[in-house]
Design a protein around this ligand. Structure first.
Ligand SMILES: *Cc1c(COP(=O)(O)O)cnc(C)c1O
Length: 479
């Protein structure tokens, strides 16, 4: 077991050592990362970093002691409320990310539902299968039931009639996305708002990925349907700043139509030996850094600056889509409404294609298949990747040819046979180890080529995928 070093290292030595740890890290600068990163350039990064250094000693638990932070928070929430066309009464909270924004909205809806329906059973959340997993995680944490319904298989959007059919007396809320990340499409929020009003149910819109960017796309002439607080029936909406607001990680906002709706979000406890604890978020002691950085970046880029970034992204997305349409053997799934493009194939192993692209220095994302959607390669068009789109398309064409030449994965048939004999319920850790070995995974070092592992995961039922990856994570977090 590791011990705290007996003698401290010099400052230089500390940083030199840390640098050596970064060798295998993602090289996210330079415009070849079509995934994982939100990069608007070094000038903006510098502003963000300086704000974090200046406010490094602050604690957002104490708005009474740090009036600056309280002002930053109220101003950011207000800017987002107007960006998302909220009424004058709108209020909100700055949170650590999309997961926390969604979790808080769900907590608030849950306790309000409990108060209004004291005799109801376990509160239920209805959502299309494309809603971000953080919503099911929140339900899991709070003892709620996730009712996950299929989507429209052609458009990948929520199917309003299936959501309507799932409503019962325990339905606490509906959650939908604007857009959902996987296919980049916006759920029919206006129709869902009507449904929510008819049945007096809370509607939360997860706009973590889109809430910041979509209003700019609309101003630039893109066809963006109404999805925000201007839609009757929308009770709350979440929007991440640390995605297309380009602020430092740990920055998101959740907004409610009015204070009455937000009431149950806050938590107070006086029944203990110290001060009365009041928390507006899940964290108690929390760094003021992401908040200060977010305030600095929003005020530095400004509306005109964001509009220009959005223009670059919109044009880049168009250019990428045209280039993709011209390539054989792959196609864009559905009709993405933002800058998130899922690419599938009926003729080549998409996981091979992803490996080939990543081996050429690109960073593209893998999305596994689910009942209604094929496995795919996901690309996100940020402002810094746009100049590299022609090179990406050239490499894609070359890599498609290589994947086609290779043909289907030779392990696939064996894996399929093995899986057909398995019952997910009597899946043992031993079998997991065996499978991982078969797919080329030894220890916790991920192989350079992931196609076989991805093919395996893709074949597994979702409960087995979860078990397998949980076992892997359990190994990962141990020295
Ligand atoms: C990123 C994202 C989230 C989760 O946000 P985190 O900041 O990763 O916690 C939730 N919903 C959508 C649609 C997202 O894209």
């Amino acid at each position: 077991m590791l011990k705290i070093p007996a003698q401290g290292l010099s400052r230089d030595e500390v940083f030199a050592r840390m640098e050596t740890y970064t060798e295998g890290d993602l090289r996210w600068k330079g415009g070849k990362a079509f995934s994982y990163v939100y990069d608007a350039g070094e000038e903006i990064e510098a502003v963000s970093n300086e704000a974090m250094v200046r406010f490094a000693g602050t604690n957002l638990l104490y708005p009474n002691a740090f009036g600056s932070l309280l002002r930053f928070e109220n101003e950011l929430v207000s800017m987002m409320a107007s960006h998302l066309r909220g009424p004058e009464t709108a209020v909100g909270t700055f949170t650590s990310g999309g997961t926390e924004s969604n979790t808080l909205a769900i907590k608030t809806a849950r306790y309000r539902f409990r108060e209004r329906n004291p005799n109801a059973g376990v509160p239920e959340i209805i959502m299309p299968i494309t809603v971000h997993a953080s919503v099911q995680k929140a339900a899991h944490l709070m003892g709620m039931k996730s009712v996950v319904v299929p989507i429209d298989p052609k458009t990948y959007k929520a199917d309003v009639s299936l959501i309507q059919a799932a409503i019962n007396s325990n339905t606490c809320m509906i959650v939908a996305s604007a857009p959902q990340y996987a296919h980049g499409v916006i759920d029919p929020i206006v129709d869902l708002g009507q449904l929510a009003l008819q049945h007096d149910i809370w509607l939360h819109v997860d706009s973590c990925i889109g809430g910041f960017l979509l209003p700019y796309f609309r101003r630039l002439g893109a066809n963006v349907p109404d999805f925000d607080l201007s839609v009757p029936g929308v009770h709350s909406i979440s929007v991440d700043l640390h995605k297309y607001g380009y602020t430092a990680k740990g920055a998101s906002v959740v907004i409610y139509r009015d204070k009455e709706l937000r009431q149950h979000q806050f938590y107070a406890c006086a029944n203990w030996a110290r001060y009365t604890l009041i928390n507006n978020t899940l964290q108690s002691t929390k760094s003021g850094c992401p908040l200060a950085a977010a305030w600095a970046v929003l005020n530095h880029i400004g509306d005109a600056g964001y509009l220009e970034l959005a223009r670059t992204m919109l044009q880049g997305t168009q250019q990428l889509r045209e280039g993709l349409d011209a390539l054989d053997d792959i196609y864009i799934m559905g009709d993405p409404q933002m800058n998130l493009i899922p690419i599938a194939s009926d003729t080549i192993d998409i996981f091979e294609l992803i490996d080939e692209m990543n081996s050429r220095g690109w960073t593209v994302q893998t999305q596994l298949g689910f009942q209604q959607g094929k496995e795919n390669m996901h690309l996100a068009v940020g402002p810094k990747v746009v100049p590299h789109i022609p090179a990406l398309l050239r490499d894609l064409q070359a890599c498609i040819a290589i994947a086609k030449e290779k043909g289907p994965n030779p392990m696939l048939a064996g894996l399929r046979d093995m899986l057909s004999t398995l019952n997910p319920d009597d899946f043992t850790p031993d079998m997991l180890g065996q499978m991982l070995g078969m797919a080329g995974l030894q220890g916790v070092e991920l192989p350079k080529r992931m196609a076989t592992i991805n093919n395996l995961l893709n074949l597994l039922p979702t409960t087995m995928r979860e078990k397998l990856l949980l076992a892997f994570a359990n190994e990962l977090y141990a020295l």
